[in-house]
Design a protein around this ligand. Structure first.
Ligand code: PAF
Length: 286
């Protein structure tokens, strides 16, 4: 495994791969890797001849007062995890390598960036789309792998790739969950034992709401109420949102009458957790 810290090293390292027409699979990450990331690297390993992982805590996707400074950066552990999962090249740049001081160009994926997390983290998806577009231009992969845990991010990236005609297949991979159902996240390490227990309520609430849909409930406000009550019953938490949206456009629904996604964002202590789950109704057309 080769570790590059500069854009020039990545381009040089991947030149023979490209010349040999070998497919490059790419997994962009912010490090603090867990089983969710490892599942993305394994999927890339399965599909592609050459696997590239980036590790970069992207400052432009953090808002003022968010956890940029304390975001975990266990680089040695991350490199070990990449090696064990079969990565060929890791790109771990500094912020000054990624952003020149006079850079002014950004990528904004219009309406899809506005609801859900976009409403609570202004500028977040612009930061994500911009850094992912830059990473795509540096690595030039054939396929790139993203977790469904960050469902809005996945939808935003798919739209960006379509709109900018980037020749990259975006592969969405299922959320990996801890025992008990908590969605894996680098931020779970901020949770105390008690908070971790409380955080299980997100998955439980979404699972119960999905069962209610299967049993015939279609009314979104009833379903959202059910989710909210279940999470708040587990302990003190601040809800950023509970929403059921059209799975493709992310528009809020009143009734579950098409392929939809139930999405929640909750603050437990200092930790902001997100989770989501698909819901579909028989006979609905997306
Ligand atoms: O999902 C993440 O870890 C980040 O948002 C990403 C895609 C690596 C961009 O910084």
């Amino acid at each position: 495994m080769f570790t590059a810290t500069t854009i020039a090293e990545v381009r040089e390292g991947l030149e023979p791969v490209r010349r040999a027409d070998r497919c490059i699979g790419f997994v962009p990450t912010m490090g603090a890797l867990h089983e969710g990331h490892v599942s993305l690297i394994r999927a890339a390993r399965r599909d592609c001849a050459h696997v590239v992982v980036s590790i970069f805590v992207n400052p432009t996707q953090f808002g003022p007062g968010e956890d940029l400074a304390k975001y975990p950066r266990p680089l040695e552990e991350d490199l070990r995890a990449c090696r064990e999962a079969g990565t060929d090249l890791v790109f771990a740049p500094t912020a000054s390598e990624m952003y020149r001081s006079n850079a002014v160009t950004t990528v904004r994926v219009g309406k899809l960036s506005e609801p859900l997390c976009g409403a609570f983290r202004p500028g977040h998806f612009e930061g994500v789309a911009t850094v992912v577009a830059k990473l795509f231009n540096i690595v030039m992969p054939g396929r790139a792998y993203f977790g469904e845990k960050d469902y809005q991010q996945l939808v935003v990236i798919r739209q960006m790739v379509r709109d900018l005609d980037l020749p990259i297949g975006i592969v969405g991979c299922p959320t990996v969950r801890e025992t008990g159902g908590l969605a894996m996240s680098s931020r779970n390490r901020y949770l105390s034992v008690e908070q971790r227990h409380q955080a299980l309520s997100l998955n439980q609430a979404l699972t119960e709401a999905r069962q209610a849909v299967t049993a015939g409930t279609r009314d979104v406000s009833m379903l959202c109420d059910m989710i909210r009550r279940r999470i708040l019953a587990a302990g003190e938490a601040r809800m950023d949102y509970v929403s059921i949206v059209d799975a493709a456009s992310l528009e809020a629904l009143q009734t579950v009458d098409r392929p939809a996604r139930m999405c929640v964002a909750v603050r437990i202590g200092d930790c902001r957790l997100i989770d989501n789950m698909p819901v579909d109704v028989p006979g609905a057309h997306g």
